[in-house]
Design a protein around this ligand. Structure first.
Ligand code: ZN
Ligand code: ZN
Ligand code: FE
Length: 759
C-alpha cells in the first residue's frame, strides 16, 4: 500500500484530564486531518495526515484549551499507510500515571455547567455538584495518585447510567471528569441546625430557597464549599454583620464578601479590566478592590478599610444561592428574595485552619452559626480562598503586568512553580512562623503548600505535617536538605531542627529578608547582582536586631546589607505588634537621647507604619495584624494623590530615620493639614527616600535591577509609587509573581538560597 507522510506531534505539560483530546479531535475534523490523538505516558501524541497540520500546531500554540499548560511540542515526520478518518484512540500503555503528572487545582464552575444547572429542562437543574473536565473540585478531593475516581472522595458514589455514558464518551465535556455526578447518583445537600441535626434533605430547590429566606431574615449559616466551610450572612444587614463579629470575637478584621455578579461588584467597588478578568478566572480568588464611597454594604464588613475583598460565586452551590429561578405564581410569593452580597468568610476558630466537616463546625463554631448547609462529598485536603490584588490606583497611570498574591491556596495548590535557569537539589523549606507555608523543591520546580496559618498552636502544626506528608507522597519527594529561618525562637526553626535531626539531613538557616529577595530573583530568572528592597514587619538579623527595612545588594549566593531605617527600640518584643501606641511611645521617648545598649533594636518598616498610625490618632491598638497600616493607607487613599506644595517639598530628605519622620509629622500636625494629607505624605516620603538610596547604590555599583518583597508592599500606595518611580528612572523592577509577597513567599526564597549554599 502507498505510504503517506505523517506528522507525529508529542505535546508535554498539563494536557491530560482537561478535555485536551476532544479539543484536538474537533480542530482536526475542522481542518480535515486524518489520523488519531491519544494519551501516552510521555504526553499527548497526535499522528496526522493532511495539508493543514501546520495550522493545527499554530492553534495549539496560540489558543490551546483554557486549562492546558503546554511546556513542549515536538514534531517529526514518518511514513504511514493512509488513515481514513480522525479518531480519539484508546490509551494503550497508559495507566493514568504520566511522567508529567500534575494535580490540578480546584476550578471555578464553568459557563457550560452553569447553563446545565440553571436550565429547567436539564437533568442537573438545581444540582449543586455539577462539574465537568473544565471545572469543579480536584485537589480537595484527591486521596492518592493517579487522579482517578477510586482515588478521590467520589469513590463512594457509583455513577448512574447517564453519567457513565458521559464519562466514557470522548466527545463529551464530561469524558473522564472524575467528580462527574448528577442528582440521581451524586452527592446530596443537607440543611442542618447548629447542633448538626438534619432539617431538610433531598430537594435542592427547596433547600436553597429556604437558605435564601434564612439569610434574608438575618441568620448566620455555615456553608460547605470546595476546600472547607465558609460562614455566610447578608452583607447589607448591619445587625447580622455586627452579630457575627460579636459571636466570632472578631471586632474589626475585614470580612471577604461574595457578590452576585460583576454588575453588582461595580456598584460596590472600582474594577479595572484586569481585575475583572481575575474575578472571572477559574482561580476565582478574593480580589481586593478599591471601595466606592457610597457602596450599599454594611459599614461593619470592612471598617476603616479602603478596600473590599470581593469574590464571585465559584461553585454551583454558591451560584444557586444567588440564583432567582422562574417560579409559578404561588411559590413566587413565598420565595422572592435572592441575596446581592454575602459575607463569605472562612469558617475557622480564631487562628486555626479552616474546618472541613460538619462535626467540626458543630464543635468549634456551633455558637457562631445558626444553621449548617452541609453535603456528603468529603473534603480530603482543606484550602482557603486565595487573595490577590492588582497594584494600580485609581487616578494613576501606573500599570503593573501581574497581580500580587496575598494568600496562596484554592486555585493555586498544588501546582508547581517552574524556575528556569535553576537545578534544585531536593530541599524542604519550613517557611516563616507567621503566615506559614512550607515548600518542597527539586529539579526545576517548587511546590508551595496551601496556607497553613500562624504556627501558634498545636492544630496548625498538625495541619502543617498533615499536608507535608501528602506532598511527600504525591510528588515522591525525598529531601536532602532542610532549610528554615535564622530566628532562634521561631517554632518553624525548632520543627526544622527536629525534622533534620530525626531524618539525619543537613539543616541550613537563611536570613528572613534575604529569603524574601532570593525568591523574587529566582521567580524572575535574574542573573548577576540585584538591588533588593525588603520592607517588612519583622525578621531576625545577623546582629540579633529585628530587621525589616533592608536594602541589599544580593544574588542567591549571598547579600550585602547596604541600608536600613535607623535602629529604634523595640519594647515588649513580639507583643508590641498589637500595640502601635506602645511602639510610638518607645520611639518618641528616645528623641534626643541615645538608644540604650541592652534593648532590642529594630529597623522594621512595619513598626514605623504602626507608630505613624498611632501618631495620627488612627489606631492605637490592633485587633489583627496589619490593622494600623491599613487604616493609614485608607486615609492616604482619601487624599487622592493631592499634596500641598510645602508638604510635597518636605517629601525627600536624606536620612532614613524614623525619628526625623515622626518629628516632621508632629510639626505638621500643628499646622492644620488633614490627616489624609499627612498619611499620604508619609507614604511618599518613605518611597522617595528609598528611591534616592537605590539611585545612589545603582550609581556606585552599576546595578539596574531592583527586587521588591515583604509584607509592607501589600500596601498598594507604597508598591505602586515605588514601582513607578523606579521604572521612570529606567530600573527593571521585579516582585513575587507566583508566591505571596508577604511571609508566605519565604519558603520559596529559602529553597533558592539553600540551593546556592556551598559545602
Ligand atoms: Zn463545567
Ligand atoms: Zn448520575
Ligand atoms: Fe517577612
Amino acid at each position: 500500500m502507498l505510504k503517506k507522510p505523517t506528522q507525529v506531534i508529542t505535546i508535554k505539560g498539563r494536557v491530560q484530564g482537561i478535555g485536551f483530546r476532544p479539543f484536538i479531535f474537533r480542530v482536526a475534523k475542522k481542518l480535515r486531518l486524518k489520523g488519531y490523538v491519544k494519551n501516552t505516558k510521555s504526553g499527548v501524541v497526535i499522528e496526522c495526515q493532511g495539508d493543514k497540520t501546520k495550522e493545527l500546531i499554530k492553534i495549539l500554540k496560540k489558543s490551546p484549551p483554557p486549562l492546558a499548560k503546554i511546556t513542549n511540542i515536538s514534531i517529526k515526520t514518518i511514513k504511514k499507510p493512509p488513515y481514513e478518518e480522525f479518531v480519539i484512540e484508546k490509551s494503550t500503555d497508559f495507566d493514568g500515571k504520566s511522567e508529567t503528572a500534575e494535580i490540578m487545582p480546584d476550578l471555578a464552575v464553568c459557563k457550560a455547567c452553569i447553563r446545565d444547572f440553571t436550565t429547567k429542562t436539564n437533568r442537573r437543574y438545581f444540582y449543586p455538584f455539577t462539574n465537568c473536565t473544565q471545572c469543579g473540585p480536584r485537589y480537595s478531593i484527591i486521596k492518592k495518585l493517579p487522579y482517578d475516581r477510586p482515588n478521590t472522595t467520589m469513590d463512594k458514589f457509583l455513577m448512574c447510567e447517564s453519567c457513565s455514558k458521559e464519562y466514557k464518551d470522548p466527545k463529551n465535556r464530561r469524558f473522564h471528569a472524575q467528580p462527574n455526578a448528577c442528582p440521581v447518583c451524586g452527592p446530596k445537600l443537607y440543611l442542618c441546625n447548629n447542633k448538626g441535626e438534619i432539617l431538610l434533605k433531598s430537594n435542592n430547590l427547596i433547600i436553597i430557597k429556604k437558605v435564601q429566606k434564612l439569610l434574608k431574615s438575618g441568620k448566620i449559616i455555615a456553608i460547605k464549599s470546595i476546600g472547607g466551610f465558609q460562614i455566610a450572612c447578608d452583607a447589607q444587614n448591619d445587625h447580622v454583620v455586627m452579630l457575627l463579629r460579636k459571636r466570632k470575637n472578631r471586632p474589626t478584621k475585614p470580612f471577604a464578601i461574595m457578590v452576585k455578579d460583576l454588575k453588582t461588584v461595580r456598584k460596590l467597588a472600582y474594577v479595572s479590566k484586569q481585575e475583572e478578568k481575575l474575578l472571572k478566572s477559574h482561580l476565582a480568588p478574593i480580589v481586593l478592590l478599591q471601595k466606592k464611597d457610597k457602596a450599599e454594604i454594611s459599614k461593619y464588613v470592612a471598617p476603616n478599610n479602603g478596600y473590599l475583598g470581593i469574590m464571585l460565586p465559584y461553585t454551583p452551590l454558591h451560584k444557586l444561592l444567588f440564583f432567582k429561578p422562574k417560579l409559578n405564581n404561588v411559590s413566587r410569593e413565598t420565595f422572592n428574595w435572592v441575596p446581592e452580597v454575602l459575607v463569605m468568610t472562612s469558617a475557622n476558630p480564631k487562628g486555626e485552619p479552616i474546618v472541613s466537616t460538619k462535626t467540626e463546625v458543630v464543635k468549634k463554631l456551633g455558637h457562631v452559626v445558626d444553621y449548617i448547609l452541609d453535603h456528603d462529598r468529603p473534603i480530603e485536603s482543606r484550602c482557603d480562598d486565595s487573595i490577590l490584588f492588582w497594584p494600580s490606583l485609581r487616578n494613576s497611570r501606573v500599570r503593573w503586568a501581574y497581580p500580587i498574591i496575598i494568600r496562596y491556596s484554592r486555585g493555586f495548590v498544588p501546582q508547581p512553580i517552574y524556575l528556569e535557569n535553576i537545578r534544585l537539589k531536593p530541599i524542604l523549606a519550613f517557611g516563616s512562623d507567621l503566615k506559614n507555608y512550607f515548600a518542597i523543591g527539586f529539579d526545576n520546580k517548587v511546590y508551595l503548600s496551601p496556607y497553613i496559618g500562624d504556627l501558634i498552636n498545636e492544630t496548625n502544626i498538625n495541619f502543617f505535617f498533615e499536608m507535608l506528608d501528602k506532598y511527600i507522597k504525591w510528588f515522591n519527594f525525598k529531601p536532602e536538605i532542610v532549610v528554615c529561618d535564622l530566628h532562634p525562637d521561631y517554632v518553624s526553626t525548632r520543627l526544622a531542627e527536629n525534622y533534620a535531626g530525626n531524618n539525619k539531613l543537613k539543616l541550613v538557616k537563611v536570613q528572613h529578608h534575604f529569603a524574601h529577595l532570593a525568591g523574587v530573583y529566582a521567580e524572575n530568572n535574574l542573573t548577576g547582582d540585584a538591588i533588593g528592597i525588603a520592607f517588612d514587619g519583622t525578621g531576625y538579623g545577623t546582629d540579633h536586631a529585628i530587621w525589616g527595612s533592608e536594602i541589599m545588594v544580593f544574588n542567591p549566593g549571598g547579600y550585602e546589607r547596604i541600608a536600613h531605617l535607623k535602629y529604634m527600640p523595640l519594647i515588649g518584643g513580639d507583643t508590641a505588634i498589637t500595640n502601635p501606641k506602645l511602639i510610638l511611645k518607645a520611639y518618641l521617648d528616645i528623641i534626643d537621647r541615645n538608644l540604650p545598649v541592652n534593648i532590642t533594636k529594630t529597623s522594621s518598616m512595619g513598626r514605623l507604619f504602626d507608630a505613624v498610625s498611632s501618631l495620627l490618632e488612627l489606631c492605637h491598638k490592633q485587633s489583627y495584624e496589619g490593622e494600623a497600616p491599613s487604616i493609614l493607607e485608607a486615609y492616604a487613599l482619601k487624599a487622592q494623590n493631592n499634596l500641598s506644595r510645602d508638604l510635597l517639598a518636605a517629601c525627600t530628605q536624606d536620612c532614613f530615620d524614623p525619628l526625623a519622620i515622626l518629628k516632621s509629622i508632629v510639626e505638621f500636625k500643628r499646622s492644620n493639614y488633614s490627616i489624609s494629607e499627612l498619611a499620604l505624605w508619609f507614604h511618599k516620603r518613605i518611597v522617595n527616600e528609598t528611591v534616592k538610596l537605590v539611585e545612589n547604590i545603582a550609581r556606585m555599583r552599576r546595578i539596574y535591577q531592583v527586587c521588591l518583597s515583604g509584607g509592607v508592599f501589600q500596601n498598594r500606595i507604597v508598591f505602586t509609587f515605588m514601582a513607578s518611580r523606579l521604572k521612570k528612572l529606567n530600573f527593571c523592577v521585579y516582585t513575587n509573581k507566583q508566591v505571596p509577597i508577604n511571609d508566605g513567599g519565604i519558603a520559596l526564597g529559602q529553597i533558592v538560597a539553600a540551593n546556592q549554599m556551598k559545602k
